[in-house]
Ligand binder design. Structure first.
Ligand code: ZN
Length: 268
């Protein structure tokens, strides 16, 4: 059965609600909201912002709020969509990659970070940010916080700094699979959990059987689609990309070519 359709996404959220999970935005979590069973629901809008709006509507219909992190690249930064998602009651966050864009120039990176944060605050009073993995850059965007503090920027949290993933289970659909941490370069966390799921149905089954961790952050990118052609296109691309990533981890030449095309693809 094909995975990562919006239909299946809806099923996943319903299964969590049926098993009495409370669903929080990351901002709510940072403000101290807790429950016996809870999910911090996070979406990194790397691209296909229109898909994000579809997910946001599904959640709204189920009475759920989530965090949508937007980038400054054109594929993500669509003002009408950001406004519409905020209007549905969701949290807007900034998916920053300033250090990678600044080629490691910390001065420049913090200055563009502040400008971009201001920009996104016209849509929503942004209180949380989250780094973009920038897998082809040698710079880790989080390193910005070695010299600056998020509190000074009026922020409450950054998942990779603010959450102890030994206590809160982390799962991400990076690369159109829930067990893609093998190919992820930076979207990986140290974890005290050994639960591994491949298909969304595996998660739904675990939730129903009460085997899914009681407290988790779910990162769902916004590539889920009910449109068969769109879905097939994304699936093929992710399959190709996962393999290229694997190869370019070991081969510097391939890595250079891949990085070049990645730079071309993301318009600023
Ligand atoms: Zn990202």
């Amino acid at each position: 059965m094909i995975d990562f359709t919006l239909k299946l996404y809806k099923k996943l959220i319903i299964s969590l609600l049926e098993q009495n999970y409370k669903i929080f935005t990351f901002e709510e979590f940072c403000k101290g909201e807790r429950a016996e069973k809870f999910i911090i629901l996070r979406h990194d809008v790397d691209e296909m912002a229109d898909n994000a709006l579809e997910m946001a509507k599904i959640e709204k219909a189920l009475g759920v709020r989530a965090t949508y992190n937007f980038r400054t690249v054109k594929q993500s930064n669509k003002p009408d969509i950001i406004r519409a998602i905020a209007a549905l009651g969701h949290e807007i966050g900034y998916h920053y990659e300033d250090l990678a864009f600044a080629d490691g120039d910390f001065e420049h990176a913090i200055s563009t970070f502040r400008q971009n944060l201001e920009y996104f605050r016209q849509f929503y009073l942004v209180k949380t940010v989250c780094m973009h993995g920038s897998s082809t850059s040698k710079y880790d965007n989080r390193d910005l916080w070695k010299y600056h503090s998020i509190e000074d920027e009026g922020l409450l949290g950054e998942p990779y700094l603010s959450i102890n993933f030994d206590n809160i289970y982390y799962i991400s659909d990076t690369g159109y699979r829930w067990d893609g941490f093998k190919t992820a370069v930076r979207d990986v966390v140290k974890s005290g959990f050994s639960n591994v799921y491949h298909h969304t149905n595996d998660i739904i089954l675990a939730v129903k059987n009460n085997e899914f961790p009681a407290q988790a952050m779910i990162l769902a990118h916004t590539l889920w689609s009910n449109n068969f052609f769109k879905w097939t296109g994304i699936w093929s691309r992710e399959f190709f990309r996962n393999n290229i990533k694997k190869i370019s981890k070991k081969n510097k030449f391939i890595n250079k070519i891949y990085s070049y095309f990645v730079k071309l693809y993301w318009e600023r």
